[in-house]
Design a protein around this ligand. Structure first.
Ligand SMILES: Nc1ncnc2c1ncn2[C@@H]1O[C@H](COP(=O)(O)OP(=O)(O)O)[C@@H](O)[C@H]1O
Ligand SMILES: [Mg+2]
Length: 219
């Protein structure tokens, strides 16, 4: 691995997965090999007889090489509820995630790790996504789901990432709401509030096209 990033967001449903897949396509277009990981997920679909999570499946499908599903997603809880509640009987162990991560990171130029929920969303009784990012010692990319209220969420998350001591490599705006007014003004406000590079503004697309979204990324 030459580079890895931890992908966090202003919230659940902020556009983390869409941005992660767009980033995977972007790095591939740059001639790099890429793998990804969704270490903790809640909620799944039954596919080929087993429970799978849709984010992890997308990451698996977009990797540069075939990867075993459990390597990408070691913790999958059936119920779509917070992992610290869903995982009472099989709690997340960061040490286990690190074992998977250490195998995956050797396989490609770039590795992306998508968090679960937001930056301080709990993973088990005592640890959250920020603890996982610290354990992996990865720079963070902040995905801002652009909708009403996102400035507050973005500033709080950014402050907390800085407080963790990790590098915030940049942020990506994901336009989620086609009815939102003054999107450009909001993005300009965010640019001033977040003193890190804006790596892309992903437009709202009625039909998702990750290659098209990748064209809006510049790292
Ligand atoms: N650029 C986009 N255009 C339209 N819809 C989007 C876009 N990015 C994300 N979405 C939609 O927003 C929702 C949340 O996105 P997702 O990437 O799954 O968020 P997260 O991974 O943070 O939970 C999904 O329904 C997704 O299809
Ligand atoms: Mg996701």
């Amino acid at each position: 691995m030459k580079q890895g990033y931890f992908i966090t967001g202003t919230d659940t449903n902020a556009g983390k997965t869409c941005a992660t897949i767009a980033l995977m396509r972007y790095f591939k277009q740059q001639g790099k090999t890429i793998v990804g990981m969704k270490p903790v997920a809640s909620g799944g679909i039954v596919e080929k007889g087993g429970l799978k999570n849709e984010d992890a499946l997308l990451i698996q499908k977009n990797a540069s090489l075939p990867l075993e599903y459990p390597l990408i997603n070691p913790y999958l809880y059936e119920l779509p509820v917070s992992p610290h509640i869903a995982g009472e009987n099989n709690p997340v162990k960061l040490s286990e995630i690190i074992i998977h991560y250490d195998i995956l990171k050797k396989l490609s130029d770039i590795i992306l790790v998508e968090g679960a929920g937001g930056w301080l969303s709990p993973l088990n009784a005592s640890q959250d996504n920020s603890d996982l990012a610290k354990a992996l010692a990865l720079p963070v990319i902040l995905i801002v789901g652009v909708r009403l209220g996102c400035i507050n969420h973005a500033k709080l998350t950014y402050q907390s990432i800085r407080h963790s001591g990790l590098t915030c490599a940049g942020w990506i705006a994901v336009c989620l709401d086609p009815t939102m007014l003054k999107v450009d003004d909001n993005i300009n406000t965010l640019k001033e509030a977040l003193s890190i590079p804006l790596l892309g503004v992903l437009p709202y697309l009625e039909h998702l096209d990750f290659d098209l979204l990748a064209e809006h990324i510049c790292i």
